[in-house]
Design a protein around this ligand. Sequence first.
Ligand SMILES: [Zn+2]
Length: 334
Amino acid sequence: MPVMKSMLVRMLYESRVLHKFSGIILKQGGLILMYHRVLPAGWKGMHLIQPGMYVSTDTFEREMKLLKTKFNVISLGSMLDYLKTERSLSRCCVITFDDGWQDTFTHAFPILERYKLPATVFLTSGYMNTDRRFWPDELAACLGEWFSRGRGDALLPMGVKRILEKEGVTSHQSPTFIIDRAIGGFKKISETSRDTLLLELKEIFPNRIDDRVMMTWQEVDTMTATGRIDLGAHTVSHCLLDQIPPWEAKKEILQSKQEIESRLNRSVDYFAYPNGNFTPEISDLVREAGFAAAVTTRRGWVHAGQDLFELPRNGIHNDVGKTDALFMWRLLIR
Ligand SMILES: [Zn+2]
């Protein structure tokens, strides 16, 4: 974030200008926040994670404290009730986590409990209870090996080299930048090409499977036992739903709901589109599968008359919440 913006935001916050206008701004509706990973600062694998994917535990704790004092943090179910009964959503805020990372249990959950805050966790059913990793993590691990072997161009498969070039990557840039761009580039190619390239990369850069990164069903069960954490589905395989045939999308949506429901013996009423990818046809499939609502990755306010299958969410990552001022700015202005 440019230093100038950061200074300006701090000035507006400290002079209480932001607070003065917050009442008016918050009249626009409710907020749904989207988190992914919560990790301790200096965690060993941090340089292999996209900056948009995590907040540090310290940042997360400060954010929860601020939300607790300045907002009315409610469950997603309560927000839907507010919408149905046309109650004002001003100052209402919902906290959500995507994917089912183990750190949601080990790092986020204890902090949520400390502040008695509700949250919804969207699970990728096919990854729960396994030591599987999502492809961006596998790609990052291979690139991590490439970094440690001196970043020679000749080491990379031609297809990967081409993607990096297209994304404007040179081998001198920072690991975080290269990984971020590489993942972006890999998202633009077909699933088959992606799988082929990943296989090639893994052959050149075999890397050991680190500790398990996804939650076990037992951990999910422990979290939900408090009554403050509820669950949503996020497909079986984290596929991009607009890039697969409708019959397959239907199966991914329905099967993830059924699997979580049967594993945990509770109903799963909410859905999150992986990567935020959806079309009107896909939201129809989600509705037909029996969900009550679905969340996107489009930023915005939740307001009266809202389409419940296109609920906007506001992504929070470490860089946008480094200080209370920046976090408030992200929530109010964005
Ligand atoms: Zn996801």
